[in-house]
Design a binder for this molecule. Structure first.
Ligand code: GLN
Length: 522
């Protein structure tokens, strides 16, 4: 039951093959069994059962609200949730309980979906591994699935792989079958990157299409709520519900006409697929490159036009992103002063001392580093040289896409990440800190340009770990991207997590204590 798509489980609920409370309990049980993944920071067991009961009443009366009524979902812990603590995986917000729901969370609840928990992440969404949160790293469910176990023998503590990040908990939650959909956030790739590494569909919508109200900001001009599901059709259902104007977010835009149902017979013969040549970047694994070619061939064989295109400013994207991101972080993090929210230091010899120690104790070194560099870029003597210049480069990057899409190319096909998931031990090696920064080379440009992009799982690597490719399209073509993603899914036959032995649901105990918990301090 837990491996079904939203559409399938919704039918099962309406036909009475399972009740919302049974389904909710199954998810909660599975969350317990997969605790070793550390995918959740908070499990909202009590309120979930209550919401499920309400859905049950509606279903029994034959009045479900829609396809999402009674469906369990999970939310990244940087979305505000009323009466449910919201930490951004930071000590700074430990114990913070928002008095309201983020718009996207509220919209899901209004559809009768059942919130089962808040997911783990990199602190304040800064990172690409989900290794940098205050509550310990997230483990990739595929680390415990049969193919990876076969390729590595067992899974010793040193050998498990990362989920990618920063929405690693949200991707792991859907991949490990503890929820049917989840929300992530995507500022530079944080939904697509873990989506690719965990073998799930991850949509970064057009900037402004989904409200950011209640999403704790990283970078206001690039943040978007991301949608994680097990299929493109499921993502379309969720997109249909979440998109559109929100009076509480002045950057939202009206939704184009859409439906929750993707066409079954999408004809790729009418489309032109661009292959950005600059994405043959250093560090791209041979296997990922081979999958990229394979899928491009697939489009070509089906009659699509496949063309090499150029996005000449791609190489500046990472540096440009980090200048702009740090600058936003420097101002966005200023609100965490020890008085308004969360952590308050015991040191109170002076106001300055209290601010300084609160922020030192509350933030990890990644966040502190970005605050420092951001303030540096914003210094009077540096502002033009770094910040303004980065804004200009951002425009050039956006123009690259505009040119390609105005030359008759409908969408781009590119890798999502450089390779399959790294071992945790390799990713976090002290001499390897830049790894996390390079990880976003293929994802950040779409955020710079505000464009929609969806990562689709396409194959398992030799190590038995998922490889994802992404489609990037012009603004507001989100649904078309999902239609093409659906077309790809039907032809690629990516193995389900269950099929590959991942649904065994081993807990620490069942595995003889081989895996220790992450030592988190919840
Ligand atoms: N890895 C990028 C960063 O650390 C992207 C983060 C994101 O998309 N939230 O900023």
């Amino acid at each position: 039951m837990l491996g079904l798509t939203i559409r399938e489980v919704s039918a099962a609920l309406r036909e009475g093959r399972v009740s919302p409370t049974e389904l909710c309990r199954k998810c909660l049980n599975r969350i317990r069994k997969t605790k070793h993944l550390n995918a959740y920071i908070t499990v909202t067991e009590e309120s979930a059962i209550k919401q499920a009961r309400e859905a049950e009443t509606r279903l029994l009366q034959g009045k479900p609200i829609g396809l999402l009524d009674g469906i369990p979902f999970a939310v990244k812990d940087n979305f505000c949730t009323k009466n449910v603590k919201t930490t951004c995986a930071s000590r700074m917000l430990e114990g913070y309980v928002p008095p309201y729901n983020a718009t996207v969370v509220q919209k899901l609840l209004d559809q009768g979906a059942v919130l089962v928990g808040k997911t783990n992440m990199d602190e304040f969404a800064m990172g690409a591994g989900s290794t940098d949160g205050a509550f310990g790293p997230v483990r990739n469910p595929w680390s415990y699935a049969a193919p990876y176990r076969e390729s590595t023998g067992a899974v010793p503590e040193s050998d498990w792989v990362i989920t990618g990040g920063s929405s690693g908990g949200s991707a792991a939650a859907v991949a490990s079958l503890t929820s049917f959909l989840s929300l992530g956030s995507d500022t530079g790739g944080s939904t697509r990157n873990p989506g690719a590494l965990c073998g799930v569909v991850a949509l970064k919508p057009t900037y402004g299409l989904l409200s950011r109200h209640g999403l704790i900001p990283l970078m206001n001009s690039m943040d978007v709520p991301g949608i994680v599901t097990r299929s493109a059709s499921d993502a379309a259902i969720v997109l249909d519900v979440l998109q559109g104007l929100d009076p509480r977010d002045s950057t939202t835009i009206p939704a184009p006409p859409s439906t929750a149902q993707l066409p079954e017979d999408f004809d790729v013969r009418n489309i032109c697929v661009g292959i950005p040549k600059e994405y043959h970047a250093p560090g791209l694994s041979q296997e990922t490159a081979a999958q990229w070619r394979r899928v491009a061939d697939l489009f070509e064989q089906a009659g699509a036009r496949v063309e090499q295109v150029s996005l000449p400013h791609t190489q500046y994207s990472i540096v440009c992103y980090h200048v702009l991101c740090s600058a936003d972080v420097a101002s966005n993090m200023a609100r965490f002063d020890g008085l308004q929210y969360g952590h308050h230091s015991a040191v109170d010899s002076s106001t300055e001392a209290m601010y300084a120690t609160t922020r030192h104790e509350g933030f990890n070194d990644v966040v502190r580093g970005r605050i420092l560099t951001g303030n540096y870029f914003l210094l009077k003597q540096n502002y033009e040289r770094y910040f303004v210049k980065a804004q200009k480069v951002r425009r050039l990057i956006a123009n690259d896409f505009r040119q390609v899409f105005s030359s008759g190319v409908d969408l781009l096909l590119a890798p999502t990440t450089l390779a399959d998931a790294a071992r945790h031990a390799d990713f976090t090696r002290e001499d390897n800190r830049t790894r996390s920064v390079q990880e976003d080379v293929f994802t950040q440009p779409a955020n710079m340009a505000g464009l929609p992009a969806v990562s689709v799982p396409v194959a398992l690597s030799m190590r038995g770990l998922p490889i994802g490719l992404q489609l990037v399209g012009p603004a507001l073509q989100d649904q078309k991207l999902l239609s093409v993603a659906h077309w790809m899914e039907q032809r690629l036959g990516f193995p389900s997590f269950e099929e590959r032995g991942g649904a065994a649901g081993e807990s620490e105990e069942e595995r003889g204590g081989q895996m220790r918990g992450s030592g988190d301090a919840r």
